[in-house]
Design a protein around this ligand. Structure first.
Ligand SMILES: Nc1ncnc2c1ncn2[C@@H]1O[C@H](COP(=O)(O)OP(=O)(O)OP(=O)(O)O)[C@@H](O)[C@H]1O
Ligand SMILES: [Mg+2]
Length: 301
């Protein structure tokens, strides 16, 4: 059995140091953006990195937290960015990054207390020195992810353009697209919203935004049906639907260099922008404007 007295969450700072949980302090004013969807591969980490880069491009001080540290896609993305800068001598804005792994303590109650404390401590520490904290979460339901969700001022759920993925929000009638029942994820979002309202007495908002990802660039019957179904659901389960990203190879290609579409205009990043890249960058800007995180005119050249 694990030693409950000494086991803690591993909280890895960007410089590789590890810190155990400490007593909570008062939260600062950083706005917290959580990217979540319990379905794997919906584009959470890709969206997270683009939101981070778009916020940094406005001059905002940005921190990031990887709550999917075992998979570690966001952490790897940021490491790749660091390596790219070293390799090419390019200066790029970097977030203050932390990765938090779920507690390994055997007792569920103790493990949950550790998870809650680890997130609270990271949020409290980072809040005082940053304008935004952007949190990536795993594509599965675990307690650490729930805690992360409960800190959302803005929750962004990327959703692949398929009825298989829509099932993560609700079961719908196949003919009318009316909701039959909300999904476990939608119920979880409702619960964490209540939890946040109880915890933050300061009337901080909790806005849930669903964005479509990997949409086809041609109008299709599936796309129109998804529009219809997502429009009907939004009022029932309380999210705002915004346009997201099309299916574009560039979103996959940038990972290895740790770059985003917002970085390509930087001197030193030698990827030549074509029409598809420009359109993709515009989609990122539009997303930021739609969710009110823009200072839109400052994003991109
Ligand atoms: N708009 C897009 N166009 C093309 N490829 C995309 C797009 N968005 C994401 N991808 C690709 O889809 C895959 C899954 O994306 P990503 O890792 O961001 O999803 P995720 O939700 O974080 O996954 P997980 O649940 O495993 O953490 C990756 O290969 C990524 O490059
Ligand atoms: Mg991911």
């Amino acid at each position: 059995m694990a030693d409950q007295g000494t086991a803690t969450n591993r909280t890895n700072d960007q410089d590789g140091t590890q810190s155990a949980s400490a007593a909570p302090k008062t939260r600062g004013d950083a706005r917290i953006v959580v990217i979540g969807n319990q379905k794997g591969g919906s584009g959470k980490s890709t969206t997270t990195m683009h939101v981070i880069a778009a916020l940094m491009a406005t001059g905002a001080r940005v921190a990031s937290i990887d709550l999917d540290a075992r998979q570690g896609t966001l952490s790897r993305y940021i490491e790749n960015r660091h390596s790219y800068m070293t390799r090419t001598g390019t200066e790029l804005p970097m977030p203050t990054h932390r990765a938090i792994e779920p507690s390994t303590v055997a007792s569920i109650d103790v493990a949950r207390a550790h998870d809650a404390h680890a997130v609270e401590k990271a949020v409290t520490d980072l809040s005082t020195r940053h304008d935004y904290i952007v949190i990536d979460t795993p594509g599965t339901d675990n307690f650490l992810s729930r805690v992360g969700h409960s800190y959302s001022d803005t929750l962004i759920t990327p959703l692949n353009d398929s009825f298989v993925d829509l099932d993560v929000l609700a079961t719908i009638d196949p003919e009318t697209y009316a909701m039959v029942r909300p999904s476990k994820y939608a119920e979880m979002v409702f619960q964490v919203k209540m939890q946040k309202a109880r915890r933050d007495k300061s009337n901080r908002t909790f806005e849930w935004i669903v964005m479509r990802n990997r949409t086809g660039q041609l109008d299709s019957r599936n796309q129109r049906a998804m529009d219809d179904a997502l429009g009907k659901l939004s009022g029932r389960i309380g999210y705002r639907l915004v346009a997201g990203f099309s299916e574009r190879v560039i979103f996959r290609e940038l990972f290895l260099d740790g770059l985003t579409l917002l970085d390509l205009r930087n001197p030193g990043t030698d990827i030549k922008m074509n029409m598809s890249h420009l359109a993709a960058r515009q989609e990122v800007r539009d997303l930021m404007a739609a969710i009110g995180l823009d200072k839109a005119e400052a994003i991109g050249a």
